[in-house]
Ligand binder design. Structure first.
Ligand code: NDP
Length: 440
């Protein structure tokens, strides 16, 4: 095995996929003969670059920029950009690797990629964000294009950042093309893209519950995060009759037993704002705010709140074994991951052992990228679909992903194990295409 030092999250993601694939390799020898595994863990291309920008005090600042183009087997590279101080090459590499299988699972023609920077948007002015985005794109534009690589948003990259990135791409190339997704509606965006990841995770949960003749109605849900995915998970949970009672950010956690007040949350967090959740508790005195400094050692308090449904929607490894035990002890029957790899391997193992309904991120949060591909389709045909049309397609795609993962899990004798089902189904689709396309 070639080594990639300092990339623990990448190893974690690869290990999970490889373990799931053992039954497939035992049944089908061709994947080993064609050396698929060794090829697929190596990105087709990994770009790192310097991003220099001037802050409001006139000082020159420097950040690291990344774009990992992992696999173009099924279509143009596709995956988000993450701006967060915790970003390393290992973060981007694990996200890019996961993206290959997630994108394959959607059934749409998209390859896998990811990018981003260790830039911290918190506390930056609009002008600083714009100058950073322009500088980032001044390098990135050489590597992307509407049939080459189409980045999207992720943590720290929403409609505002996509706008600045898009403006700079257009200035540099003179081309008005669907080179980024998550654009605003007036200039090429798709209706329902903003909502898609959160809505998709809840649709996925609906499918999981339906397999046990159950529904979301009257269930209490815990949600972590308070960004794009968390907000639209909360919104859809309300629409389908459940009650979300928590949200969180890097600085603290809110528990609101009466139910999270969606409007307040949006006021504090949307349109490029990222106010502290402490303010939420000031507006709603019956809500409890716990600052991160008071979290129990090695735990995330969201998962200690009694609930039937849990939706981790913040970041990787935010739910560990102790958190999983707390959820199970409190009677949680379903975990659907809006975030990428939010549960540690030990937590995932606990969920699978307990045979609760568990939707891994690769499957449960694929609604975002699927709708991004719908944005690409609308851009290519220069037509805009209605919200209802995109939402209906999203619903259909989430059901297909659920069916593909669960039928594959059944085929390999572990019907409840959607980790195995999603990994095998995604891998098989990419691997078969790699065999067709020869030694590339
Ligand atoms: P946002 O930036 O909109 O929100 C992220 C939320 O998670 C914020 O509340 C943020 O708090 C919190 N968070 C981020 N990093 C940490 C951390 N290290 N510790 C504690 N909290 C943290 O991002 P999204 O909602 O878009 O993304 C959330 C997750 O969903 C990510 O894992 C992303 O990869 C995944 N995802 C997103 C998709 C999309 O369409 N947006 C598609 C598929 C997956 P703070 O701002 O204080 O840091």
């Amino acid at each position: 095995q070639r080594s990639s030092p300092g990339e623990p999250e990448f190893y974690q993601a690869v290990e999970e996929v490889v373990q799931s694939l053992e039954p497939l390799f035992a049944k089908e020898k061709k994947y080993l003969e064609y050396n698929i595994l060794e090829r697929i863990v190596e990105p087709e291309r990994a770009i790192t670059f310097r991003v220099t920008w001037i802050d409001d005090q006139g000082r020159l600042q420097v950040n690291k920029g990344y774009r990992i183009q992992f696999s173009s087997t099924l279509g143009p590279y596709k995956g988000g950009l993450r701006f967060h101080p915790s970003v390393t090459s290992g973060t981007i590499k694990f996200l890019g690797f996961e993206q290959i299988f997630k994108n394959a699972l959607t059934g749409l023609a998209i390859g896998g990629a990811k990018g981003g920077s260790d830039f911290d948007p918190k506390g930056k002015s609009n002008n600083e964000i714009m100058r950073f985005c322009q500088s980032f794109m001044t390098e990135l534009y050489r590597h992307i294009g509407d049939t080459i690589d189409v980045p999207a948003g992720d943590i720290g990259v929403g409609g505002r950042e996509i706008g600045y990135l898009y403006g700079q791409y257009k200035r540099l190339t003179g081309s008005y093309e669907g080179v980024l997704t998550g654009k605003k509606i007036a200039w090429g965006g798709s209706l329902a893209r903003t909502e898609a990841t959160g809505y998709g995770a809840v649709y996925f949960a609906e499918n999981l519950l339906a397999s046990r003749n159950d529904t979301l109605e009257d269930k209490v849900a815990t949600v972590s995060g308070s960004g794009n995915v968390a907000i639209y998970t909360i919104k859809k949970l309300y629409e389908l009759g459940a009650k979300p009672v928590t949200c969180s950010d890097s600085r603290g956690t809110i528990y609101h037993e009466a139910g999270i007040h969606l409007h307040t949350l949006q006021q504090l967090k949307e349109q490029g704002k990222n106010e502290s959740l402490e303010k939420y508790a000031e507006i709603h005195p019956d809500a409890k705010y716990t600052p991160a400094s008071q979290y129990p050692e090695g735990r995330h308090p969201v998962w200690s709140i009694p609930c039937q449904l849990a939706f981790p929607c913040a970041t990787q490894n935010e739910l560990n074994l102790e958190d999983a035990k707390a959820l199970l002890n409190n009677g949680c029957i379903l975990v659907a991951e809006g975030a990428n790899m939010p549960s540690t391997p030990e937590a995932v193992h606990a969920f699978l052992e307990a045979k609760i309904l568990y939707g891994p991120g690769k499957a449960a949060n694929a609604g975002g990228v699927a709708t991004s591909q719908l944005e690409m389709a609308q851009n290519a045909s220069m037509i805009q679909w209605s919200f209802e049309e995109v939402d209906a397609r999203l619903k259909g795609i989430m059901q297909n992903i659920y069916l593909t993962a669960s039928q594959t899990a059944e085929e390999f004798g572990q019907p409840h194990n959607l980790v195995l089902g999603a990994n095998i189904a995604g891998f098989r689709k990419v691997a078969d295409a790699m065999i067709d396309q020869g030694a590339v």
